[in-house]
Ligand binder design. Structure first.
Ligand code: FES
Length: 204
């Protein structure tokens, strides 16, 4: 069954449908202002029913994700983002380590192969569980340069959680002085081919 959902339209809180589907949370939305226009978002929930039932790996075709876009799939009941980062997005990961809680990914929020500056096997392809590490809301992707009082003036691009204002860069690294305590989680994954990723399987 195709579970295609619309992607976020900006910094606005997730749609009601998104919330019903994903929100683990909280009932305590912080009322943060909505702004900005999100980068392209390929929202395609199409894991097989068998894979979903078993909690098994979910295969993702990354070939259809445009530069700067995100595809979201469901794995073990969680949204998993697969983002194709541009060279500009990768460059923007540098220069703000002092503003981050865990810039070197010291905490166990990722497999060993994603413990690197890009937090990825291939720098251009970022895979992360799209659940805020505070109380479980689903952040939105917000491009570099978006102007909003809820974001740093030199916003490098990344993710914004509308519930209580946590901010993460485009490698899912959380900014200091925000409620979320840790970076976004990177799920186990591996490349099944040049253009296909298996989420939930890193054994090969
Ligand atoms: S759930 Fe509280 S900041 Fe994300």
């Amino acid at each position: 069954m195709d579970h295609t959902l619309p992607g976020p339209a900006g910094l606005a809180p997730p749609s009601d449908r998104d919330r019903r589907f994903w929100l683990v949370a909280t009932g305590a939305a912080g009322g943060v202002a909505a702004v900005g226009t999100a980068i392209p978002f390929v929202a395609s929930f199409a894991p097989s029913e068998r894979a979903k039932a078993a909690g098994g790996p979910v295969e993702v075709d990354i070939g259809e994700i445009p530069p700067g876009g995100i595809k979201t799939v469901e794995w073990r009941g969680k949204p998993v983002w697969v983002m194709r980062r541009t060279p500009e997005m990768l460059a923007a990961l540098q220069g703000h380590d002092a503003q981050l809680v865990d810039p070197q990914s010291a905490k166990e929020q990722q497999p060993a192969y994603a413990k690197n500056p890009a937090r990825a096997i291939r720098p251009e392809v970022f895979v992360a569980i799209g659940i805020c590490t505070h109380l479980g809301c689903s952040p939105s992707d917000v491009p570099k340069g978006t102007a909003n009082p809820s974001l740093p003036a030199d916003w490098p691009g990344g993710f914004f959680c509308p519930c209580h204002g946590s901010t993460f860069d485009a490698a899912g690294r959380v900014f200091k002085n925000k409620p979320a305590p840790t970076n976004l989680e990177i799920p186990p994954h591996r490349y099944a081919s040049d253009t296909r990723i298996l989420i939930g399987d890193d054994t090969a």
